[in-house]
Design a protein around this ligand. Structure first.
Ligand code: SAM
Length: 231
């Protein structure tokens, strides 16, 4: 853990995330340097570790929006691979271990309140007007104001349908030069399929990193608000 920042070390020591810090940290620096306008969002907050890092390190002009069901993950669909279905079976049977010997977060009776408590413990007050946690399925919660833009989105939600919903809803609001980080591209086949389908239809999205995760950047020359994609 020697190369991690003190904030990321504290988050990891408390078993609050599966994240690799560098990928988020580096992108946050990049949007600051490039002055990419827009908010920071995460779809799939779960244990809140990556959300805390994003919210603590976001540019001073940005707001953080975290989206999650804050309960049991929805089931995968026929577009997901056998590994995803096996993983879900273990979760649904109540047999998933948690990080660091703790209870798996999906079994927490009040995960939302726990997330708020942890935010507070890391100096992020729930009444801070720049912090927003949206509770429910993305299909119901992931909407943006017409004037809202996004500089960076961390998609960490495992399955085909969730990833596809996120890409479809987020892309029109993504600023030129903004980033999409696909956390599960190399972990789950459904995430990979949803992303590849989306990439095939959006030539203004460029792959900038394809290692561990997939990082996409919208062309800095794209028009400020892209048209929504119809599937
Ligand atoms: C792998 S966890 C996120 C881990 C977290 N970002 C971290 O680094 O610690 C995935 C989360 O996405 C949520 N999720 C997946 N699909 C969803 C959907 N359609 N609507 C709401 N939440 C969803 C799950 O419930 C779970 O909490």
């Amino acid at each position: 853990m020697a190369q991690l920042s003190p904030l990321a070390q504290a988050i990891k020591q408390q078993h609050l995330t599966y994240l690799s810090e560098q990928k988020l940290h580096h992108r946050l620096k990049q949007i600051q340097q490039n002055q990419t306008p827009g908010d920071i969002i995460e779809t799939g907050v779960a244990l809140r570790g990556s959300a805390i890092l994003l919210a603590r390190l976001m540019p001073p002009t940005a707001e953080f929006h975290g989206y999650d069901v804050f309960g049991m993950i929805p089931p995968p669909s026929p577009n997901d691979d056998p590994k995803s279905h096996q993983r879900y079976q273990i979760i649904a049977q109540g047999a998933s271990p948690g990080l660091g010997g703790h209870r798996y977060y999906g079994y927490e009776p009040n995960l939302y309140q726990k997330v708020l408590d942890h935010f507070q413990a890391f100096g992020l007050h729930p009444n801070n007007p720049r912090l927003h946690l949206h509770r429910g399925y993305f299909e119901d919660t992931l909407t943006f104001r017409p004037d809202q833009t996004i500089a960076l989105a961390h998609l960490d939600c495992d399955w085909y349908k969730s990833v596809k919903t996120c890409l479809t809803r987020i892309y029109p609001a993504l600023s030129p030069g903004g980033y999409l980080i696909l956390d599960d591209y190399y972990d789950y086949g459904g995430c990979r399929q949803a992303t590849d389908e989306f990439l095939a239809q959006h030539s203004d999205l460029q792959v900038v990193i394809s290692q561990e995760n997939l990082v996409l950047q919208k062309s800095p020359r794209a028009s400020a608000k892209s048209q929504p994609t119809i599937f």
